[in-house]
Structure formats: structure tokens, C-alpha cells
Unconditional design. Sequence first.
Length: 561
Amino acid sequence: MTDVTDVLDARATPDLGRDEAAWWRQAAVYQIYPRSFADSGADGIGDLPGITQRVPYLSRLGVDAVWLSPFYPSALADGGYDVDDYRAVDPRLGTLEDFDELVAALHGAGIKVVVDLVPNHTSDRHVWFREALASPKGSPARDRYVFRDGTGPDGSLPPADWTSTFGGPAWEPVGDGQWYLHYFAKEQPDLNWKNREVRDDFLTTLRFWSDRGVDGFRVDVAHGLAKNLPDALPTQAELDAHPKDGTHPLWDRDDVHEIYAEWREVFDSYDPPRTAVAEAWVEASRRARYASAEGLGQAFNFDLLEADFDAAQFGEIITFNLELAAESGSSTTWVLSNHDVVRHATRYGLPARGASTDKQGSAWLLARGAEPSLDHELGLRRARAATLLQLALPGSSYLYQGEELGLHEVPDLPDEARQDPSFFRNPGVDAGRDGCRVPLPWTRDGVAFGFSTAAPFLPQPGWFGERSVEAQEDDPASTLTLYRDALALRHELQGDESLTWVTTSRSAVLAFRRSGGWLCVTNFGDRPAPLPAGEVLLSSAPLEGGALPGATTAWLREPAA
């Protein structure tokens, strides 16, 4: 969008809000990182029964679905994304019976359940990988993974100079002249998706959880499954220079969609059909295939995660992604925070990043929050405004636990308390993701602010008490109240998936109209701006003499014609 006053009429779709099969199209989905949400076991680690105990909180919050980050058995080499068994629950977090009780409680509250699936790699403790290590090269057990002979006279050098996403080499030796590929941690060996047994086993996993009542899946690294490695492996430089056109040896290959077509057959065998959302870091023009009705159904767009609090950036991102959604027939997704990035209340309180490659506050994290200076109040004010805008958009909104409390990132955790392996693998380069995974505060006081009766696995800062649920519960001006009010009003106002931009007199103001005659107006600037005529239904901060203050969003009902 070159001019934010241009008009965009996103392709209107039928009012699907009450269609059980299409619940996901405009859902508010709340992401739970289970270890950090609520502990029922008095060991300082969140668990599934702890989530079940808090279902009334989730119900009152007003979300449509809960997305559970991995709860499978894991050594936590990557926060649970190193999976030992895809059809079990980590004993530290509960049992399958606990999972069934949680699903029943959420469904009883009218909340759908989405679970994380990690198909690109297993953990190195998975029964398949242990079998592969105990088997000779060329064996069926090794064919489930990506093994290659090493180079050099004795195979002691890696097959290629590839670099892991987490730093260091992407190939690990096993002691017999062969190496296995791990594009993430060495404890996460990549699966070989050309292997029919691998494909069939994941179809079994999809049915296993769907039969237990799971409504959808979030697919981790969805663009990485299909690989086609030539005999002569390319160098890392050649991989980096390879065109992103569906022929890359490792990423976003066209043939990955053959896998998801099989998954879709499983999804559609249920009534209502199961759905999925792809985590696919791909060119925007290629995102639609993941979101197609023949594939996973929906794909994340992470564009707002990398945007400054800026009207032009937000306007362009919104327009572009609604156009993509209209082309694919899916609905788009909106994300401001998740378990991998600095919380948006903090990002918006740091200096604008502009053209900087540090789009998510990494330098601030490395400085343990000391530099640059964080404006806590401004960051929260902007976060409230951005969230209210997000919830007014057509498509699904993904909310991360704790953002409804206005929590900031915790940048100054002591080294000995940190959990994220990326911090230890890349000292001085990667600060890790623990700062957004600190356990939630439920009460003003207590050893873990109500999260547990034991010390939490990640220490909470003292200021958490005044951001706790208890501290905000009855405060009409709190961030928690804003989220509750916005989600309730969103259900009342939500119609079809059309959006029309409304011309404004100031470039720092974005305004759009949704079907049903209501407006969302956001002032990204510093000075108050006039509001259009209408009844103000909700605002992220108090109005100033009828004007919209800076860093504020308001929803208005237009006057009757």
C-alpha cells in the first residue's frame, strides 16, 4: 500500500463466525507455554493440570482457542521442540489422562484446542534415532533420518560446511564415518520425509490427537520437511545463494505440499474437519500454498513482529496480507508476541529500528536491558493500542500468554538460571528466549506470585506482583480488563472478513471500517487527533476532550444513516 488513505475492499466472504468448520478463520487464539503458565505439582514447573485449573480464567478472558506449545517427553534441548515421543505427555507435565481432562474442560468452556507438532526433526532420544545409532549405515533405521558419509580419507570431516540455525555445524558425527543432519540443535536430528514409514507414522500421530479431541495443529518448521540432497552437497554459500523458487535443497520445496495433501485427507475425515496453521518462514508470495484448503489451511504471517510502531508500516503490512489471504481463500493471521521473540510491550518502548536488521530487540537483550533505555510506560501504551488494532482486523489473532497483563520482557536473568540452550551455544551473540518465558504472576505476593508453591524454574522479577492477575482483576483501567473487554466486544461486532480503509487527515493515523458499521482508528503519533463521528465503544487509553491521544486506538460505532 503506497498511500494509507487508499481504499481496500478485502474480498468479502460469508459470515463464518458461527460455522463450526470455519471457527479458525477469525479466532482469537491464546498461546500457552505449558512450563510457564501454572503449576499444580509444587515443583516450580507448569503442567497440564495447572492449565485445567485456570480454564475459568481463559473463559473469562474470552479467547476462542488455546494453542499448547510442546508438552511431549523431551530433554528440553530446545524448549520442548526436541520430541522424544509424539504420542505421549512429559511426566513432568502430566499424563494422557490429564491431557484428556484439559481438553474436556476447555471444550466445556467453548474453547478449541490446538497442539504443536514438530515434524522436521525428532529428539536424539527418540526410539527411532536410538535404533539408527545402533544400526549400520545403509540400514532402514538410518533411512528414517538424513545420514551421509563424512569427507576426508577416514570420513572424519563433515559432508558439507553447513551451519546450524542455532550456530555451529549442521552435521554431527556418529563414530563410524557417517554424520547426521541437524539444522537446529544437535539433539534434533532431521527426519527423512522421503521415507514412507516417516510419513505414515505422522499420519498416525495426527489421528491420535484428533481422536482425543484436538481441533487443530500448529506445524513447526512447516517449510523444512521435504529435502532433496544431491550426491555432491552444495556449500553453505551456495545454499544461501540458491533461488527461493521451490527448488531449494532444504527449504520451501514445492514437493512439501504433497505431504500436506495427505495430512488434509486426515483432517477432512473428521467432522468438523481438523485444521492447521503453518510456521513457514518463506517468501510471502509462496505462503498461500501452505494456507490453501488442499494443504494446512492457514499460515502464520510474522510481519508485524518486525514492524516499528508506525502507521505506514502497519498499513502496508495489513493491506498486503489481506490481499494474500483473498488470493488463497484462507484468512490471515496476526501476531505481536510469541515464545520466541521479545514481548511487544518492550519492543515498542525501545527506539525505532527503521532499516536495522535487529528487528526484535536482540541488542537490548544482549545488554541485559541496560542499553538502549527502555521507556516502559510508552511501550505498554503502544502495545495496548497495537493489540486493539490487531483484534479489530479480519483474520485470526494469536495472543501470547502474559501479554494480557502487559508484561515486559525480563532481560536480566542470572546466567545460572537460564534454560534456553541458544544462550549457552552462542555466548555474547544470542541472549536466548527465556525473558519471554518467565512464569506468569497470578497473585501480588508469594514465593512464585501464585504460579507455584515452589520456586519457579525461571526466577520472576519483583515487579511482577503489580502486573499479576490479582493486581489487575478489578481495575477497570488495567491491561487485563482491556483484553477482556476487547475480546467480548470483538465477538459481538465480528462480521465478514472485509475491511475498508477510511481516509484520515493525518499520516500518523490509520482507520478502517468493518462490516456492521464500526470503525477502528489508531493514532501512531504523539499529538491528539480528531475522531470521526460515532459512539466510542472502547479505547486503549482515555480520550482527551473527545480527541484520540497519541499511541491510542479506539473502536467506534458509526451513526445510523
